[in-house]
Write a protein that binds this ligand. Sequence first.
Ligand code: GDP
Length: 432
Amino acid sequence: QPVLAVVGRPNVGKSTLVNRIIGRREAVVQDVPGVTRDRVAYDALWNGRRFTVVDTGGWEPGVTGLQGSVAAQAEYAMSTSDAVLLVVDAAVGATAAEEAVAKVLRRSKKPVLLAANKVDDDRLLAETASLWTLGLGEPRPVSALHGRSSGDLLDAIVDALPEAPKDRDPSGGGPRRVALVGKPNVGKSSLLNKLTGEQRSVVDAVAGTTVDPVDSLVELDGQPWRFVDTAGLRKRVQTASGAEYYASLRTRTAIDAAEVVVVLLDASEPISEQDLRVLTMVVDAGRALVLAFNKWDLVDEDRRHQLDRELDRGLVRVPWAEKVNISALTGRSVRKLAPVLRTALASWDQRVPTGQLNGWLADLIAATPPPVRGGKQPKVLFATQAGIRPPTLVLFTTGFLEAGYRRFIERKFRERFGFEGSPVRINVRVRE
Ligand code: GDP
């Protein structure tokens, strides 16, 4: 999701304009806790375009004097955003502070927009025109308080921002797409046959060609699901040479085609390297994940304890996976598959609003700050969930965050917001 940074002196109406841009969907600016007190991020939506608005806080003269702090703010805004909006009070015009920030912003390779605020009626339009002298292009008159021309400004903002990668439409593709993967003989074909058993009519009538359908459409729990790339499974194609190569290629193709992946594990045998390789493929591809422990009919008390120990060691990378114990042979608990698939997909589609995310993160970081590196305490300025499928967070920081601390953030994030069954990506953007 692209980021717009808003800069401006105190009292130019910056906060009011930010509220106008976000449509007051998230509380009044001053009341929302930010990660640092003077920088707060919000979600905005205009004409179907989503973006994050960052209010870069006050311009109080610091140790370096007014000019220095203004320049620092502008530089900060440029380094953490995709476009910058400078807000000027049209009644006051350009002061030395605006001259200073304009000088910095003119060097920006990113788009800069100039808003002349408090133009409540036509009387201030002449003053607005005088802001051309800042060398930032067309000054756009706006009244944050009354909303005058704010639609025009928003049009200009979304035009200036890069297009966000579109979230793939959940309904657009019809039934949700599921892949069944796992090592040979784990029971993939048996499970597919069990699932399709009572409904041969639908099964062969989907996708590909009627002669050689690639996918199987299966109704589970009152909902149709598309099991992808099942042709090989159904026909039991086994090439004598290179069978393993084709099996792994098929696994990758199925994962890529799916939204949620069911990894079958043979519960009666130790978890193998091959199982872990498949899990890694799913995580790397960013798909929702369900672990199905098959052949549960063969599992006795001893084996169950043993399995618990294997899971502790083997599944450290995916403690968040949805789990279900089944028997494709007897049909035991196969009905439980649909609910866990739904849970995993709901997590995969989940989005935490920016205000909520930053409120939570501020508390977390206040309680447990990032470890000091090279004598410096890295600060987390703000965060935004940049995407879904898989959920992806972007943290804007003043320094590198160690892997251990990123894992800590992920663990706490999951404790607070759930996301069972889905990978969560955390990207860190360090401000230069
Ligand atoms: P695939 O290679 O993953 O498609 O595995 P198959 O479905 O061909 O199954 C391999 C073997 O495991 C067959 O002999 C199945 O009957 C057996 N099998 C599959 N699921 C189960 C199960 O839940 N319990 C038991 N006991 N055997 C199973």
